[in-house]
Design a binder for this molecule. Structure first.
Ligand code: ADP
Ligand code: MG
Length: 379
């Protein structure tokens, strides 16, 4: 008898999903329960565009997983379907956090066709203005995770660049900034605040009851009827509510639990699958933003995770002796500050007796998570 084909197992698996893509974090569902008011408020900001006027620039804030990104995308998608006066460009500032990357993305979006390399920021900026003048639509620039732009001087300048476009050039452009930090506007220059955050829309965490409703609706479309065992939805909603009303954690847990059920060929998703899913989802949320860190940043984070309460000199020593070590000591201190601002590491001062005091660093991310994550990347 011929050996069994290794793929026969996969096709024999009983699928619990109708369509698992409906649970993906970037999927924009057709209905967003409990966000009707927020959606209306967002639409209000863009309505002037339909009458040929300037939209309100807005600031959207609220904790993680409460629908900020998905509601913004939903409203902008509807706007673009309704009218061709506006088109949106979505930039996640974890990824787009330098002046040249943000400005050239917008410039290209409005038709500048920039060369991939070699232009100075000022040149990119003037090409952007030039193309904006000729552009047949109003661009709406979504700066998601905009707090990432406040980490360095270079990236803060982006907000002034955009302010210049908004204020002085009388150009039509809409800005929507999104952040987890409601108090962020207090850290902005008053001029940036008054022009770029004309309206503020706050998203509050979902209650356990609301989470359950949201999950039930998404699960109904994503799973085969009857695939979720009793209480799976309730427990997923309660878990996410405990972690701050975060719908992303709940949806991701269901997705992972469903995949575990398929792997075991079990036909239904049980509470056991869900519990197993929780641990990997929770660790992934600790690592938010991790994949956007540079090689050196990751190397430093690893050193700190492996050596809790380490001081800067020692970090530098370890770093120099690893294969990656190309940064100068001064740059390395900047990277440490950035990692601290992004909440990957923390530091405290310890006294050296009569020699003053020194800073010691610790990782907020457990070593095991980090090593697993780096191994996945083949780093
Ligand atoms: P935030 O940007 O606030 O961190 P997201 O917009 O990414 O949160 O939402 C997290 C996840 O939860 C996404 O997968 C999103 O589709 C889903 N989600 C959030 N709110 C709702 C809702 N009211 N109805 C359906 N799905 C939602
Ligand atoms: Mg978001």
């Amino acid at each position: 008898m011929a050996a069994k084909n290794i793929f026969s197992r996969a096709s024999a698996e009983k699928s619990v999903f109708l369509d698992e893509r409906l649970l993906y974090p970037e999927f924009v569902p057709e209905r967003l329960p409990h966000r009707e008011k927020h959606i209306e408020a967002l639409a209000y900001c863009f309505e002037p565009l339909l009458k040929g006027r300037k939209p309100f620039n807005l600031f959207i804030a609220g904790p993680t997983g409460v629908g900020k990104t998905v509601c913004a995308k939903y409203v902008l998608r509807q706007l673009e379907e309704y009218s061709d006066r506006a088109k949106s460009i979505y930039l996640n500032c974890f990824e787009f956090n330098s002046r040249s990357s943000v400005l050239s993305s917008i410039a290209n979006f409005v038709g500048a066709a920039l060369p991939r390399r070699g232009l100075a920021v000022d040149e990119i900026f003037s090409k952007l203005l030039e193309s904006l003048k000729k552009c047949g639509f109003t661009p709406i620039v979504v700066l998601d995770e905009v707090d990432q732009l406040l980490l360095s001087e270079n990236s803060q300048k982006i907000l002034y660049d955009l302010l210049r476009v908004v204020e002085y050039e009388k150009q039509r452009i809409g800005i929507a900034m999104i952040s987890n930090e409601a108090a962020l506007t207090a850290r902005l220059d008053p001029r940036v605040r008054s022009s770029m955050a004309e309206q503020t829309i706050l998203f509050e965490p979902y209650t356990p009851q609301q989470l359950k409703g949201i999950l039930a609706e998404r699960a109904e479309l994503a799973f085969v009827k009857g695939a979720l065992e009793k209480d799976v939805l309730n427990v997923a909603a309660a878990h996410a509510a405990k972690l701050g009303g975060d719908a992303r954690i709940a949806l991701e847990s269901l997705l992972k639990a469903g995949r575990l059920a398929e792997k075991e060929n079990s036909g239904t998703v049980s509470l056991k699958h869900l519990e197993q899913a929780f641990s990997s989802v929770d660790s992934a949320s600790l690592l938010k933003g991790f994949k956007h860190l540079g090689k050196d940043e990751k190397a430093l984070l690893k050193i700190i995770a492996e050596n809790p309460s380490i001081h800067a000199g020692k970090i530098y020593e370890f770093y120099r002796s690893s294969d990656s070590g190309e940064l100068k000591e001064r740059r390395l201190r900047d990277v440490l500050i950035k990692l601290e601002k992004q909440n990957f590491i923390s530091f405290e001062y310890v006294s050296l007796g009569n020699k003053g005091k020194t800073k010691i660093f610790s990782s907020r991310i457990p070593k095991e998570f980090l090593i697993k994550e780096l191994a996945k990347e083949g780093a």
